[in-house]
Design a protein around this ligand. Structure first.
Ligand code: ADP
Ligand code: MG
Length: 336
């Protein structure tokens, strides 16, 4: 069980309101990602759920019971941090077993849970090592193992992969997703990286300055962002925003078009521009351009596209993929 409800939750640090009144429903078994720029309140929100910070007002329910005033240990949640917080002088086995030992659990049960966690995390052969003898990815798995053995109602992850190099991050992302599949336990995962959010989440919560801008599945947010902030934050490379006459043609003060929704041709098209930088990745070509009457635009062409600095390229937007925004930056229609 791991259903969590936040109802009119607020948080102040002194005079500063970091979280204005916020409501959120997390279903049992869901993988929820809190994403937003640095300083937007992701960690604070997670720490309020964990009980590591007190709410200023509002209510937190865990499986229907009021947990607002409950001590962290009484909430049945397990937190995994960015810094692994492992004990360097203890073996992997002792590190994983630590919370159970503190809870004075029966040694046979501890042994059973540690073996099962080690097995699911591919750590069985490393149980006698010290953290210093492990790679960064293995250390992160030990930290996750220590959470798993507690059999929590929900796992709370705060940017757990940001210390790892890019290749390892991709691996660990998959491992955490697989772990979620096999445990089917609620996971709340905080990251500033929208790619992590898009690849892992059942449900993404986009935060800005403590306010939920939008909640939805990754493709909901990609297809139907509620406003310019979400449109610009979700998707990589970022959506192009265009104002002025080019937007007026489409009946809006401002339009947005994703780099992958522009057809590029060297023969002809709606808008004409000059390539400033072409990035040839083989699988894709990312073209940065200066477009006449519009300005800078980024285009993603699938596969190879033989252009270079100075080449003339014509762009035609896929009209059914255009997003329209009003003067306040709210979506008016958008892609269907
Ligand atoms: P994020 O995790 O999204 O980067 P945080 O939740 O850490 O953001 O911080 C949100 C805001 O709250 C920031 O402006 C930060 O400076 C402020 N803040 C966080 N913790 C404290 C604290 N203990 N005292 C005062 N301000 C804090
Ligand atoms: Mg943070």
């Amino acid at each position: 069980m791991g259903a969590i409800t936040l109802s009119q939750v607020t948080k102040r640090f002194g005079e500063t309101e970091v979280i204005p009144p916020l409501d959120l429903e997390i279903q049992d078994g869901e993988f929820v990602v809190f994403v937003g720029p640095s300083g937007c309140g992701k960690s604070t929100l997670l720490r309020l759920i964990a009980g590591l910070e007190d709410v200023t007002s509002g209510q937190i329910l865990i499986d229907g019971a009021d947990a607002t005033q409950a001590a962290p240990a009484a909430r049945g949640l397990a937190m995994v941090f960015q810094s692994y917080a492992l004990y360097p002088h203890m073996s992997v086995k002792k590190n994983i077993a630590f919370p159970l030992k503190m809870a004075k659990m029966d040694p046979a049960e501890i042994e059973k849970r540690v073996s099962a966690a080690a097995k699911s995390l591919n750590l069985t052969d490393y149980l006698d090592r010290r953290p210093g003898q492990l790679s960064g990815g293995q250390r992160q798995r030990v930290a996750i193992g220590r959470a798993i053995v507690r059999e929590p109602a929900a796992f709370l992850f705060d940017e757990p992969l940001s210390n790892l190099d890019a290749a390892l991050r991709v691996n660990m992302r998959l491992e955490i997703s697989e772990l979620h599949q096999s445990l089917a336990t609620t996971m709340i995962y905080v990251t500033h990286d929208q790619v992590e959010a898009m690849t892992m989440a059942d449900k993404i919560v986009v935060l800005r300055a403590g306010v939920i801008e939008q909640v939805g599945s990754p493709l909901d947010l990609y297809r139907n962002p509620r406003n310019k902030f979400v449109a610009g934050f979700i998707g990589s490379p970022k959506m192009n925003f265009i104002g002025g006459e080019a937007a007026a043609e489409y009946g809006a003060p401002e339009i947005g078009i994703r780099p992958e929704h522009l057809d590029a041709s060297t023969d002809g098209g709606k808008w004409r521009g000059v390539v400033t930088v072409a990035e040839h990745l083989g699988s894709d070509t990312f073209v940065h351009m200066e477009v006449e009457g519009i300005g800078t635009m980024n285009v993603r062409v699938g596969g190879e596209f033989p252009v270079k600095h100075g080449s003339t390229v014509f762009l035609t937007p896929q009209e059914d993929k255009l997003h329209r925004f009003d003067a306040q930056g709210l979506s008016i229609g958008g892609a269907q």
